[in-house]
Design a protein around this ligand. Sequence first.
Ligand code: FES
Length: 148
Amino acid sequence: MNRREFLTWVGVGGLASYLPVAIAACSPKATQSESPASPVRTDGFQPVGTVAELGQKGQILNKEFSGGAVLVVQNPANPKAVTAVNPSCTHEGCTVTWQADQKQFVCPCHDSKFTLDGKVTQGPAKTPLVTYEAKLEGNSVLVKAGKS
Ligand code: FES
């Protein structure tokens, strides 16, 4: 290998090592909660985010919830009420998102749709989303592990 070939080889390797960083920097900001994992309280509820965060984004996705990932949204008819679901689509496991304009959870993979309480309104999914008991308390959004 001569000097020119060596420098070309090092240049390509260096560029390749920066590629994942560049891709990550260009990715859209996730709606995932910035809050650190909080311990489960004695009453079974776990803080998964803040009311301010929920108000800003309209939804909180917390992947550190003790019951698995949880997606919390405000009830469009009553902003003081919240709904929490496991965001794993019951068809093949893609992560659903809350579409506030449609007032439903939508799966990006095969377009299954679910009501606020997790019921299927459009397949191919046949089984409802798993739901959790959720509430607002002070500035915290709390979710209880286990089916509601
Ligand atoms: S994984 Fe959600 S519709 Fe297929």
